[in-house]
Write a new protein. Sequence first.
Length: 303
Amino acid sequence: MILETIADKYLWFLVAILAVNLLQRKATPLSNKKRVATLIIAVMALVWQIFIVIILQRGWPHYLAIVALILTLALAIPFRNRLFVFKLKCVECNKALSFKEIINYDDNICLSCRTKNEAPQEVIVEEQEESFDPSDAKSVDEIDWDEWIPKEVAVLCYIFEKDKVLLIEKLTGFGQGKVSAPGGHIEEGETASEAAIREVKEEVDLTVKDLVFKGTLEFQFSDGLSMRGYVFFTNSYTGEPKESIEARPFWANVDNLPYNRMWADDEYWLPVAMDGKTFKGRFIFDDEAMLSHSLEVKEDENE
C-alpha cells in the first residue's frame, strides 16, 4: 500500500524538482552548476519511479523498491561532484544562506558578501589607474579598500589537534621557505572551502571537513601583487600528514608558534583567531617586509 501511495504522488515530486529548476533559470548564469544538479536529481527520481512502476505491474515484493533506490543512487555516483553543490552557509562569512541563495547561486555566498565582492571590475580599475596605484601605497590608509580588487584569491586552512596546530614549510612557489598553513589558490568554479579541502589534500594528504571561516586577509605588495585570502580552522581530519613536493608538514604548540619563520602579518591576526574571534586584516608589504597594517576584530558567532 505504501508503494502504491508513493507511485501515485510521485509525479508531484518530479514537478517540484522541475519547478526549482525553472526558478534557477532566473539566476543564470550564476546558477549553472545548481541547474545541472537539479536536472540530475530529476533524472534519478524518474529512474526510481520507473523501477516502482515495474515492481507494481509485475507484482514483485515491495522491498525491491529499496534495492531499486540503492541502484538508482549507485547510478548517480559518477555525477557526485556535480550533485554536492548546495551549501547551507556562506563560504565567506559562514552565515546561514536563504533558500534563494542555497538554490540559485553556485558560489554559495550571502547577499552582503556578494554585494561587497561584485563591484564592476572595469570601472574600479579605471578609477584606481587615474587616481592612485595601490602598489605605491606605504600605509593601508592610502588605499580605498572598498574599490581595491585583488589579482589573486587564495585560502589557508589551520588544522588543530588538542594544543597543537599543523603548519607547513613551503618548499615551492610563493612564500617558499616560509612557515604557514596548508593552502593555495582558489580554482575556477571552486568555493573557498572547497579549495581549502583540495589544497590540504594535495599538500599534506589529509582529508578535512567541518571548516569554520575565521577571517579575511587582504595584501597589497609594492611589486604590484595583490591578494585576498580566506582563513579556515578545523579539528576534523582523517589521515596522517605527509610531505609533498609543495610542503613539509609539522605540528607546533599553539603557545609557541615559530612567528620568526612566518609572514610578519601572522603574529597580528592568528592569535586573535585562535582566541575565538573573526577578523579582517589589511597589509602593505614591500617584498617580505610589512610596511603597514590594520585589523578589524569581532566576536566569532560560531564559537
